[in-house]
Design a protein. Sequence first.
Length: 298
Amino acid sequence: MKRRVFKDAALQQNFIKTGYNTVNLLQPEQVQYILNAMQDLHPSDEFLPSGEETDDLMDRVTYHCSFLDTNTEYKRQVHNLVREVFDQYVEKFLAGYRIVNANFYVKPPHQGKFAIHQNWPILDDLTDTSVTIWCPLQDTCVENGTLHVVKGSHKVYPHIEGVTLPSYFKGFEQALHDRWLTPLDVLAGDAVIFDDGLIHWTAFNHSDAPRIALQILCVPVDKQPVFFYHDPKNNPDELELFQADVDFFIDNHISDLLVRKSDWESLGFVKNTNRLITEEEFADLMTRGDEIRAELYE
C-alpha cells in the first residue's frame, strides 16, 4: 500500500530515496533527563552484559539491549520513559504513527559486537512501512560505535528476517561491510529515523566510555503489529503470524520466541518465500531502487 511516513514533504522525499532522515529531537536537558532516569532503572544485567554464549541465538552478547533482558518490569519502565519523552516527536514528524517497542542499547567500552541486519518486519504487508528511531545520548562516530546504513536498501527485496530466519544477504555480508555501508555521525539528541527494511549495522565501541542509544519502533496507527513465527523443524515452508503489540515485546524474552506459545493470538499462516540472493542480484535491485519504491510511498 502507499504510505506517507513523514509529514514534511522534503523529509518524505529523502526518506523514499535513502531510507532514513536525521533530525534534531531532544534538547540537552532532555538528554540529561533520560540519562538521569537510567540511574533508577535496574535491568538484570545492570547495563553490563556478561559476554557469555547465548543458546545459539547470537554469538556473544557484548552490549545491553532492553529486549534481551529478563527483567520485564525494567522493560516496562523503559517503554513508559520513552513514551513520556518521545510521543510528542512521533506526532511532530511522522504521519500517523505510534510507539510499539523501545530499547536502550548500551555498548560498554571496547565492546559491542553487532551483526549487520534488517529489523524484523512487524507488519503483515511487507510493502507497508514501520520505522525505527535511533537516538544516541552522546555524540556518536565510528570510534564509539555509531550507526552505519546501506543507503537506499529499503524495500528493494521482500524478505522476513527473524530469530530463525537469516538475512537474504547472508552470503555477501563482508561485501556489504567493504563496499556498501556508510557511517553516520550523529549528535546527542539527534535521531536517525529509518525504514525497518534498511540494512544497517552499529560498529564496535573503541572508546573508553559507554555508548548509549535509544531504539524506538513505530508502526502506523491503523495497523496491527505482528510477529512472524517460524518453526524450521516442523513447518519450514510457512510462517505463522501472531498479534505482537506493546506487551508482546515486554513479556517475551528472545528465547521465548523459539517455541510457539499457546496464549499467543494467531492471525493465520503465510508462505515462507525467503531465499538468499547474490551480491550481483542485490546490486541490480539497488540500481532499480527508486523505481521499485515509487509504487510503495506517497
